[in-house]
Design a protein around this ligand. Structure first.
Ligand SMILES: Cc1ncc(COP(=O)(O)O)c(C=O)c1O
Length: 387
């Protein structure tokens, strides 16, 4: 496991590097890709081994038996998150954005309000709108330590009765909050009080830094279990996002039946390669993950120290995820001027804060899951352009 190795991802049909020119006008030959959330690292060796065995065998027909995959998920959840779950509760979906879309289609109607705590992962709002539901934004507030907090009092005053569902990102992207058990309980009680379903997207559940403990929603707030749809995946943890495979975990049999019906309506069944890599990663990827977390923690520290040297830039303290959230409001420049400088002068492709919804406008999101030498390059460029 050498996370310092520079792996050239150009010309591999890779979104992060091969589409950066198109989306950001930054050349992959001279620029740095720090946007979409995948890592510039190889996955655990067990993943590559499983794919090699598949190629050796050479026949890649329909996938049939999900028992090993589900057993690997249960085992991981039990071991890493102390959660005992029944494999029967799991439905395999084509990634968690697809999982969110299926939740919307299974449990809500066009025009229904779906609550998001913004700024938040941009695909939620996109998927809600594409399904003709209404996005209800509840802006996160900054506490005295500069960390995001949900404002349920403010949200209560916003409610119109049209709201049917809350989508929580836990841990939070962007901003990297690991919600406390108290915060999760308050949200669960809020959902029960206002008759809302809770979708908890926990895709970043394994990417948590030392000193923080992610609590899975059903353990943190058991009172919500019958109104909860948990979304989890191996894809962020092990850098196998191209496998587009995730889990919708639903304990309530009626909700599960409704979700299965939505899957049927969408003609959805598991992808052989996604399940293969996912099973291998959960079964044998733990040591790799521990090494990764240490490396990412080093990157986070290194990046934050460098950002502190840039006038007007402020990095939020990440408790989880490899997605640094940097406020540029104190530069005195408009968000567009900052973006222009980052892209055109520093040659770095980053995610724009405004795409994450209200509250994100003055921020940029930098993906730190890359060899440290690249982060050093990015910092040098930013310092040269902004100082
Ligand atoms: C919170 C969250 N959910 C879902 C996804 C994407 O999920 P998938 O690739 O499984 O569709 C991301 C990717 O960054 C994410 O941050």
């Amino acid at each position: 496991m050498n996370f310092d190795e520079i792996i050239d991802r150009r010309h591999t049909n890779c979104m992060k590097w091969d589409a950066m020119q198109q989306f950001y006008g930054v050349s992959p030959d001279t620029g740095l890709a720090m946007w979409v959330a995948d890592m510039d690292f190889r996955p655990p060796p067990a993943v590559t081994k499983a794919l090699q065995a598949e190629i050796e065998h050479g026949v890649h027909g329909y996938f049939g038996d999900e028992s090993a995959h589900k057993a690997a998920i249960c085992n991981w959840m039990q071991k890493r998150h102390q959660w005992e779950l029944d494999p029967e509760w799991i439905r395999t979906v084509h990634g968690l954005v697809a999982g969110v879309a299926l939740c919307l289609q299974a449990f809500t109607q066009p025009g229904d309000g779906i609550i998001l705590f913004t700024p938040v992962y941009h695909a939620f709002a996109r998927t809600i709108k594409a399904n003709q539901r209404q996005v209800v934004e509840s802006p996160l507030k900054l506490d005295a330590q500069g960390l995001y907090r949900m404002d349920l009092t403010g949200l209560t005053q916003q409610l119109t009765g049209q709201e049917k569902m809350v989508i929580l990102c836990s841990p939070h992207n962007p901003g990297g909050r690991v919600w406390s058990v108290d915060e999760l309980n308050e949200l669960a009680d809020f959902c029960l009080k206002h008759d809302l379903l809770l979708v908890s997207d926990e895709i970043h559940h394994d990417l948590v830094f030392k000193g923080y403990q992610h609590a899975v929603m059903p353990l943190a707030a058991p009172q919500i279990r019958q109104r909860l749809i948990m979304l989890t995946a191996t894809t962020k943890t092990f850098n196998i996002a191209g496998g587009l495979t995730g889990n919708a975990i639903i304990e309530n049999p009626e909700l599960r039946q409704q979700f299965s019906q939505a899957m049927l309506a969408a003609g959805s069944s598991p992808n052989r390669f996604g399940v293969l890599v996912s099973t291998a990663a959960y079964a044998e990827g733990e040591a790799w993950l521990e090494a990764l977390l240490e490396y990412l923690e080093g990157n986070r520290r290194f990046f934050d120290a460098g950002i502190e040297q840039i006038k007007g830039f402020k990095s939020m303290h990440l408790e989880a995820t490899y997605l640094a959230w940097v406020d540029c409001s104190a530069t005195g420049l408009s968000p567009q001027q900052v973006i222009d400088k980052v892209q055109k002068e520093a040659g770095i492709a980053v995610s724009y804060g405004s795409t994450f919804g209200s509250g994100g406008e003055t921020y940029l999101r930098f993906n730190l899951a890359t060899p440290r030498s690249r982060i050093a390059q990015a910092l040098e460029r930013l310092q040269a352009v902004f100082n």
